[in-house]
Design a protein around this ligand. Structure first.
Ligand SMILES: [Zn+2]
Length: 74
């Protein structure tokens, strides 16, 4: 199973959330190979205020999920 992981991206101004996908089996690395640090995780609904900037989704992560779903036949 997969889990969504949101990080704030300091390289983007104003900062937008970047969503990665994490496998439950290996929660230290996103599907795209990005190392994930708990300290950088953003939990929506937490302390972050809405910035009006749309969330962004990691394309490599989403492609991996799509391919995996397709391979699983569903
Ligand atoms: Zn990713």
């Amino acid at each position: 199973m997969y889990e969504m992981w949101a990080e704030s991206d300091p390289a983007v101004e104003p900062s937008a959330l970047m969503w990665h996908v994490v496998s439950k089996e290996d929660a230290s690395t996103a599907l795209c190979g990005q190392l994930l640090e708990l300290s950088r995780r953003v939990v929506p609904g937490g302390l972050t205020e809405p910035t009006g900037v749309p969330d962004r989704y990691c394309d490599p992560c989403l492609l991996t999920v799509r391919d995996t779903m397709a391979a699983a036949g569903g």
